[in-house]
Design a protein around this ligand. Structure first.
Ligand SMILES: Nc1ncnc2c1ncn2[C@@H]1O[C@H](COP(=O)(O)OP(=O)(O)OP(=O)(O)O)[C@@H](O)[C@H]1O
Ligand SMILES: [Mg+2]
Length: 319
């Protein structure tokens, strides 16, 4: 058995109480190996970001979580706010889809990077500036000595995303979570940013949790993949198996809905029908209503993930 740096076990997240209670995530399990990339795919609303937020300890107020998120032998779901300060952004960092919301608009990028290092690494102001310039160089920003003194709004979208990556890398995290890191960018910039992520991952040996609608991106970048539907994992395993020989009808549907290469940035769903409202989950398999192969047995009870082989699992009753 390979050791994992992060192990999520039966993570369930619900929001609201009583008859308003909505199960957003149900029994999500996966593990992330050190230095490897795990892709998360699925249609909009299937719980990809909520999973990432749970790992970052940033669930919405009022959310209740059950299960375990094990990182260095600790269950992150049990950490206090104080414990989180030495983990969030430090050991586990995240880059978001829209960098402008995550960067401080009234602070130069150099000061933002520097502050991370002063707070978490205890370096001096001068050392922080040198380190900030080094980080900007690492993420491929030209003329970093000048750029270090600019504000986020003076930069292009691609450059801001590079700054976000520099921020995320500042404390050399063990895990980097990238939630749709390139959907706000032009296609030409997208591949540059993905290449940068791969290069930095190899250099620093980080594990990467990569969330994307884009199956082509996931298949190029990931070692393993989980496919989510309505807050559950419906298929998981090595990317060569899950996307190479998909077995769950939902994964098959996603694969057959990949647009051709020059349209690949569009959102996925072309499987007929929509995700059921999470507040009114059907009794059986959540995908049954859209599944071309659904049978009576699929409507009786919820369907758990089962192993097809050592590493490949599906939540489907079909043989
Ligand atoms: N703060 C919140 N309060 C209540 N429900 C929420 C909240 N945030 C998200 N949800 C619900 O949780 C579900 C999962 O949302 P999530 O953002 O994780 O989906 P996603 O897979 O990241 O989708 P997308 O691809 O559009 O980013 C959705 O049904 C969403 O409406
Ligand atoms: Mg999302």
């Amino acid at each position: 058995m390979t050791t994992s740096i992060l192990s999520v076990e039966n993570l369930s997240v619900s929001i609201g109480a009583g008859k308003n209670k909505t199960d957003i995530l149900k029994d999500v399990s996966f593990s992330l190996a050190p230095g490897k990339t795990l892709g998360i795919v699925g249609e909009s609303g299937c719980g990809k970001s909520m999973t990432a937020l749970a790992v970052m300890g940033l669930l919405p107020e009022g959310a209740q979580a059950a299960g375990q998120i094990v990182f260095h032998s600790r269950n992150l779901l049990e950490l206090s706010a104080k414990d989180w300060t030495s983990i969030r952004g430090v050991r586990i960092a995240m880059i978001f889809q829209e960098p402008m919301t995550a960067l401080n608009p009234v602070m130069t990028v150099g000061n933002q990077l520097g502050e991370m290092l002063i707070v978490h690494e205890g370096v001096s102001r001068n050392e922080a500036r040198v380190a900030a310039i080094d980080l900007l160089t690492q993420v491929g920003i030209a003329d970093p000595e000048a750029r270090v003194d600019t504000y986020p709004h003076e930069m292009s979208g691609g450059m801001r995303q590079r700054v976000m990556i520099a921020m995320a890398l500042a404390c050399r995290p063990d895990i980097l979570i990238a939630d749709e890191p390139t959907t706000a960018l032009d296609v030409s910039i997208e591949s540059q940013i993905l290449d940068l992520l791969l290069t930095l991952q190899q250099k620093h040996g980080m594990a990467l949790l990569l969330i994307s609608h884009n199956l082509a991106v996931i298949s190029e970048m990931s070692d393993d993949v989980i496919v989510m539907y309505a807050g559950r994992v419906v298929e998981s395993g090595p990317v060569t198996q899950v996307l190479g020989q998909p077995r769950h009808p939902y994964t098959r549907g996603l694969m057959s809905s990949i647009p051709d290469r020059n349209r690949q940035r569009e959102r996925l769903p072309t499987i007929p029908g929509t995700v059921p409202p999470l507040r009114f989950r059907p009794v059986g398999c959540e995908f049954a209503a859209r599944c071309p192969q659904a049978q009576d047995q699929c409507l009786i009870a919820s369907v758990a993930l089962r192993k097809l082989s050592d590493q490949h699992s599906i939540a489907c009753l079909l043989p």
